[in-house]
Design a protein around this ligand. Structure first.
Ligand SMILES: [Zn+2]
Length: 145
């Protein structure tokens, strides 16, 4: 049986299923995400958009940075997703959206240089000071826009 993960927002108005394996799971210490998510850091779980099946509701979309779209529940405000035209065919979901987050283990730290000074980890994962994914150069970096 192929892997299927399910997820929902805090109030349950939005629910989705994710088919197959995520291609990337990463801590993110970036300050934009910190503010958007409301947490000192987040963990993004990366899927292809074709792996994402919305089962209930319609997330609301918001963009502050050109090319970057964040989605959230219009009822309860839970953060759900992140997509970026510089990372085509990649959809990132917050680990808090998942019904079984314990099975989703991060593989690296992104924007390690932007972590809060009291954030520390004993893991041996790679610490990357920029995006952990290879971006399409023609879109530049959201931080520079
Ligand atoms: Zn909700």
């Amino acid at each position: 049986m192929p892997r299927v993960e399910t997820g929902a927002c805090f109030c349950g108005a939005i629910a989705a299923a994710m088919d197959g394996e995520p291609f990337w799971i990463c801590y993110d210490h970036d300050d934009d995400c910190r503010r958007a998510i409301g947490s000192p850091l987040t963990i993004w779980v990366g899927y292809r958009p074709s792996q994402f099946r919305l089962l209930k509701g319609t997330p609301k979309a918001f963009s502050r940075t050109p090319g970057v779209v964040r989605t959230f529940c219009p009822e309860c405000g839970s953060s759900i997703g992140y997509s970026d035209e510089g990372l085509p065919d990649e959809l990132y979901l917050t680990i808090g959206f998942f019904d079984r987050p314990e099975g989703l283990r991060p593989q690296a730290h992104a924007y390690w240089n932007l972590r809060l000074p009291w954030v520390d980890f004993a893991d041996k994962l790679p610490r990357i000071d920029r995006y952990s994914r290879k971006r399409d150069r023609k879109f530049g970096n959201p931080r520079d826009r």
